[in-house]
Write a protein that binds this ligand. Structure first.
Ligand code: GYE
Length: 326
């Protein structure tokens, strides 16, 4: 009996040793995430949590920065203090990163800028993974030009978070196309902070300020579009393929594409939130001592409501919607 007990104890100790060795072997990754402002963001977070798992060899320290720049800087500094192996930042705003990036560099911790971009020289961080937001804006503009075919457009824009590369890029891209269309007028452009409540609030104020004066609404993400739709519903303004107002959105989440399939959103420009595997690939290369590209592009497409055909976008079908993973 004593022998059995000793054997059992030895086994327990070996197992404990093995698992602590395994925990030490895990690659420690800190992720300073923007927050939880949108369905897109939640899909992006889920994707990271599903990829950076212990089974895959990672220990993920995840911080939801709740759209607060100070919290995000603090999160990155705490990753540096903990001496993690890699730091991933999805920057809320483009500005204000130089100092903390230099601190990470001094500590020898590689930094991966994910999703949104920073306003810093690429030499200040290791690499970037994300979508091309200027191109997303241009796609929306090109589609609108094709759809309007020379008709007048009086446009209201509900922007994303002020100072975020997602909002800046989409505006820049859309404006690149708008400048070639003298028959277009951007009446107003205000931030809805990428939230449904923000989108609704901005649309309510637009409806008061510009009643009957607009025929296009551009929302920088799906959640803002849902808010804008609620505001237009309440004001008796119709939108979508059978409505008076053309509605453009970005993200192409499952719910957003459901509205696109129903014809309520005319055009939905995708921004792909499934980015974690690309980041993991970059880390694997760095672990192997290989060089990494300065930028890994996550490719997007665009979708339009049934009845619309476009050289810039795919016409939505029930099959396409069913196949959407997020
Ligand atoms: O479009 C929006 C989210 O940075 C691309 O952030 C991302 C944007 C996305 O809140 O829904």
């Amino acid at each position: 009996m004593k022998k059995m007990f000793a054997l059992l104890m030895a086994l327990v100790m070996v197992l404990a040793l093995c698992s602590s060795a395994a925990a030490e072997d895990l690659i420690k990754v800190g992720f300073a995430q923007v927050g939880h402002e949108s369905d897109w963001r939640n899909a992006n977070t889920e994707n990271y949590k599903g990829v950076f798992t212990a089974e895959n060899g990672y220990e993920l320290s995840f911080v939801d920065c709740d759209n607060d720049n100070a919290v995000q800087l603090e999160a990155v500094r705490s990753f540096i203090e903990q001496d993690l192996d890699y730091i991933i930042i999805a920057p809320i705003e483009t500005a204000g990163w130089n100092t903390v990036l230099a601190e990470a560099k001094d500590a020898g911790i590689p930094v991966i800028i994910a999703d949104r971009n920073v306003d810093a020289d690429p030499s200040e961080y290791t690499t970037r993974v994300g979508t091309d937001m200027v191109k997303e804006g241009e796609t929306a503009g090109l589609w609108l030009a094709e759809y309007m075919a020379g008709a007048e457009a009086n446009i209201l824009v509900i922007e994303g978070t002020v100072g975020s590369s997602a909002a800046l890029g989409r505006s820049e891209g859309f404006n690149n196309i708008a400048k070639d269309h003298p028959e277009w007028k951007i009446i107003d452009s205000q931030s809805g902070d990428f939230t449904q409540a923000g989108g609704q609030q901005v649309m309510e104020s637009f409806l008061k300020s510009y009643p009957g004066q607009f025929n296009v609404v551009v929302c920088h993400n799906d959640n803002e579009a849902y808010g804008a739709m609620d505001a237009m519903d309440a004001a008796g303004v119709t939108y979508g393929v059978d409505g008076d107002v053309i509605l453009i959105s970005y993200d192409a989440t499952k719910a957003g594409l459901t509205y696109t399939l129903e014809g309520k959103i005319n055009c939905n420009v995708e921004c792909n939130p499934i980015q974690a595997a690309f980041v993991k690939e970059v880390i694997e290369k760095l672990e192997a001592g290989e060089a990494v590209e300065a930028f890994t592009l996550v490719v997007d497409e665009a979708f339009v409501a049934p009845g619309i055909t476009s050289q810039y976008a795919t016409t939505m079908t029930a099959e396409l919607l069913a196949a959407r993973p997020y």
